[in-house]
Design a protein around this ligand. Structure first.
Ligand code: GLP
Length: 242
């Protein structure tokens, strides 16, 4: 169930998120981390880098598995999630890049890449901590609202809502890829612990729906209600309706 932490400002938000990840790595230096992109975790990663610089946390033996990737963006494209992870976290800590995993969006065969990522996750065993942001439509990773959700990693067509929300990072909406590869809901729910983070007034309604509304595939994050160990960090705005 949910352990909801309401914080008062951006700094607390980032420190709380980074603190949870850092304490896990202090007790389990070989932890498997499920990582997320988007605006929400950026400050958390920055704070983790600070903790690393202070010698308080090491990523030397950490294995990481990212949730998703756009199809069709080269790894060095400014908006690819591989590049995001390298720039926002990996390049600034002592993680071995060979131990970092992001689904491949440029293999030419998205379905095969998804299948390979599913196998990789199976070999990895249980993810110790899965970090999640929250889309305005209730998506987690890129699991968009639908009549049915898939358990394993798969190719997904992005919602217009999602493409519009993410267009802010591109020159225009036309440049936002139409498809992505995402870990499925099954893989996400298998994690030992989940850390869901949301901030800002525009997330208040979907946070309430996800945490307190009916469990429905039309709000993929609502399936987190089925998980026994979810920590939720919200700021006052995003947590307003809880
Ligand atoms: C993106 C990502 C998600 C992320 C979500 C929210 O499209 N695929 O993993 O959690 O949308 O993004 P943000 O944190 O920028 O609001």
């Amino acid at each position: 169930m949910f352990n909801i932490i309401k914080v008062n400002n951006e700094q607390q938000f980032n420190e709380t998120g980074a603190g949870i990840i850092a304490s896990l790595l202090q007790t389990n230096p070989r932890a498997a981390l499920g990582l997320a992109t988007g605006g929400t975790p950026v400050g958390v990663y920055q704070h983790l880098i600070e903790l690393h610089k202070q010698g308080l946390v090491s990523f030397k033996e950490v294995r990481s598995y990212n949730l998703d990737e756009y199809i069709g963006l080269a790894e060095d494209h400014s908006e690819s999630y591989r590049r995001f992870m390298n720039e926002k976290l990996f390049n600034h800590v002592d993680i071995d890049l060979n131990n970092t995993h992001v689904p491949s969006g440029v293999s030419g065969d998205g379905h095969k890449a998804a299948e390979e990522y599913t196998q990789l996750l199976e070999q990895a065993g249980q993810i110790d901590l899965q970090l999640l942001g929250l889309g305005h439509n209730g998506h987690i990773g890129f699991n968009e609202p639908a009549d049915e959700l898939k358990a394993a990693t798969h190719v997904v067509e992005l919602d217009e809502v999602t493409r519009k929300a993410n267009a802010r990072y591109f020159n225009s909406i036309d440049e936002v890829p139409t498809h992505a590869i995402t870990m499925g809901i099954g893989s996400i729910l298998k994690a030992k612990q989940i850390l869901l983070m949301a901030k800002g007034a525009d997330k208040a309604e979907i946070v309430a729906k996800a945490l307190k509304g009916p469990v429905t595939t039309q709000c993929p994050a609502s399936l987190l209600q089925l998980h026994p160990n979810v920590v939720v960090i919200v700021d006052q705005d995003a947590g307003r309706l809880l």
